[in-house]
Write a protein that binds this ligand. Structure first.
Ligand code: ZN
Length: 399
């Protein structure tokens, strides 16, 4: 795979990560117009604080900020934490606009940021409750159950409410503290259209994907476009059908990716292993440049989604993840390093007689790349490279 950043191994760093659940919502208890009025007051208040800060030569300190605006905002009937969020947002907006020499920020959409005091989240029922001023509103998230399920068990930090183009949207921000453990071994992953191949330096395991299902949906959409080369864009019925097929295709990919990611990450966690994958950063750029088929486009989409899902799930469960440079992973003999020859999907080495399936070769080479770079894991000291920025001190000790 050309065009990739030639880093040997990249580690997903420990730290705090955020994940957002984004969904359209409807008010099921309370009046939407009252909620919109509360949001309008928030917007007005936010703009007012921005205007006031903009006039000052020097931005106030945190205490001054509170003294200046808290009573004013409370006067609008805003809840304590809502008021505090508003002056903090205004402060951040003005500060960044000044630093970047931009003009005064103007708030266009209705928006509010709420924290634990002013929101209650119940993912089991897909319901959240919010309060901005005096009234509580109950909102129902309008999203697929499969999507909401992915956030179960996480700790949420903030709820954002936005109203635009006649629709109410909710973002629930979850905060995850990622502290990866020191791995006992490595689990390499090679992704292809039909399977994900897992290799743990002893055995190979395959997990079936549903990417081909998705591909056939996409192909049907393409056929429709070809069948009605001019009309499909304007005829609503055809357009809806095409949209529906594309949507279903991407839902299949995404749901399948999450399911597979969960299986893989749980397995790694159970065994105390780290996950090793190809680093796909930079791949998109090279793909955009080259002429590509629909199939390849979907494949790329699927690979990225799966990789994303694995990383996200790993962060949630503190499983370490290493990404290796994807260069030559399927073309070089894992045993002796010479170039392989292929007959369909079967690769063989003229020099040492090694013979294996393409995916297995991929997974093996991915694992060996991590081993060579001295990623911790059982029996990993193949050859020790000098320490660099990528090699953290923590990695020096084996668990
Ligand atoms: Zn060989």
């Amino acid at each position: 795979m050309k065009g990739c950043i030639s880093r040997i191994v990249r580690e997903i760093p420990e730290g705090t990560y955020h994940r957002a659940l984004k969904a359209e919502a409807e008010v099921i208890n309370g009046n939407i117009n009252d909620l919109l009025w509360d949001l309008t007051i928030c917007k007005y208040a936010l703009q007012k604080v921005i205007d006031a800060l903009w006039c000052l030569d020097k931005l106030p300190s945190k205490t001054q900020l509170h003294q200046l605006f808290y009573p004013l905002l409370r006067g609008y009937g805003l809840r304590a934490h809502v008021a505090r969020n508003i002056y903090n947002i205004a402060f951040a907006l003005v500060k960044s606009a000044r630093e970047n020499k931009e003009s005064k920020p103007v708030i266009k959409k209705l928006f509010a940021r709420l924290d634990y005091q002013d929101a209650k989240v119940d993912l089991d029922k897909s319901i959240i409750k919010v309060v901005l001023r005096y009234k509580w509103y109950t909102l129902k998230l309008k999203h697929r159950r499969e999507y909401i399920e992915r956030f179960r068990g996480l700790r949420w930090k903030e709820v954002h409410l936005t109203y635009r183009e006649g629709k109410l949207y909710v973002s629930i921000i979850f905060e995850i503290k990622y502290r990866p453990y020191i791995p006992r071994g490595l689990l390499a992953l090679d992704i292809n259209l039909t399977h994900v191949v897992l290799y743990d330096s002893c055995s190979v395991r395959r997990i079936k994907t549903r990417f081909k299902d998705a591909l056939s949906k996409r192909a049907r959409a393409e056929e429709l476009q070809k069948k009605y080369p001019k009309r499909w864009r304007y005829k609503e019925r055809i357009l809806n059908r095409i949209r529906e097929l594309h949507k279903r295709a991407s839902n299949i990919v995404v749901d399948s990716c999450w399911k597979i990611a969960k299986t893989i990450v749980l397995e790694a966690k159970k065994r105390g292993y780290a996950i090793v994958m190809e680093d796909l950063t930079g791949l998109r750029e090279s793909i955009v440049k080259s002429k590509i088929t629909v199939r390849w486009k979907l494949e790329m989409f699927a690979y990225r989604k799966l990789q994303q899902a694995v990383i996200t799930k790993a962060i949630e469960l503190n499983v370490p993840v290493f990404l290796v440079d994807p260069k030559d992973t399927s073309t070089v003999c894992p045993r002796c390093g010479s170039r392989l020859e292929y007959v369909y999907r079967l690769g063989y080495c003229r020099k040492c007689g090694f013979i294996a399936d393409r995916d297995v070769i991929g997974a093996m080479n991915i694992l060996f790349k991590a081993l060579k770079a001295d990623v911790p894991g059982r029996g990993s000291r193949v050859n020790a490279p000098p320490m660099n920025d990528e090699t953290r001190g923590r990695r020096g000790t084996q668990g």
